[in-house]
Ligand binder design. Structure first.
Ligand SMILES: Cc1cc2nc3c(=O)[nH]c(=O)nc-3n(C[C@H](O)[C@H](O)[C@H](O)COP(=O)(O)O)c2cc1C
Length: 177
């Protein structure tokens, strides 16, 4: 049975509306481990051995976060710096992530139109996420198209529930990826 690790990153998890709903939609799925980085490491002191063991015991990785300044919250950046070490994630013997699918799930305040050449953010969200794609490339992960939940500032409860169900469907699809 394959297993999926959902790494979530938020600066203030208790103040989250959108990502909280997305997390609760995937938490009950069989074979899914939800790992909320900020709740585990509010002091940013990441247990590298524990994180690497988690990666080794799962077959696919989801990174779920709100878009902050066109990137992830700092805790996920810190996780990357600490956990994706030479000899583990990259380098000639750093093959631990090879072949594992990587799915990003990213909520953005801006809507789809805002992330276009004519929009106020000018660039497509997928382009702004290229550092994650490059990370997947270097670590041998199989980068899947990002799943975006956009225009979240004025999402109704009903729309948010729909989006959460869509995220659950996408995560479940990783079992056959
Ligand atoms: C510090 C900060 C930076 C943000 N930067 C962006 C951004 O670059 N692009 C964007 O579309 N939304 C941005 N937002 C809006 C968040 O993406 C949005 O509030 C979040 O996805 C909502 O999810 P939550 O309810 O789980 O917090 C930012 C919000 C904060 C607090």
């Amino acid at each position: 049975m394959s297993r999926i690790l959902v790494l979530t990153a938020h600066r203030f998890p208790d103040e989250s509306r959108v990502n909280r709903a997305l997390i609760e939609a995937v938490r009950p799925l069989p074979g899914v481990t939800v790992h909320e980085l900020m709740r585990s490491y509010p002091d940013y002191r990441i247990d590298v051995a524990h994180e690497q063991a988690l990666l080794q015991s799962h077959d696919a990785l989801v990174m779920m976060f709100p878009f902050y300044w066109y990137s992830s919250p700092a805790i996920l950046s810190e996780w990357q710096d600490a956990v994706l070490t030479y000899g583990f994630a990259y380098g000639s013997r750093g093959t631990q992530l090879h072949g594992k699918p990587l799915q990003l799930v990213v909520s953005t305040g801006g809507d789809r139109q805002a992330y276009s050449a004519q929009g106020y953010n000018r660039y497509p969200a997928a382009d702004l996420l290229l550092p994650f794609q490059a990370m997947a490339n270097l670590t041998g992960m199989d980068y899947l198209p990002p799943h975006l939940v956009q225009g979240v500032n004025d999402l109704s409860d009903a729309r948010l529930a729909q989006e959460a169900a869509g995220v659950a469907t996408r995560v479940q699809a990783l079992f056959t990826a």
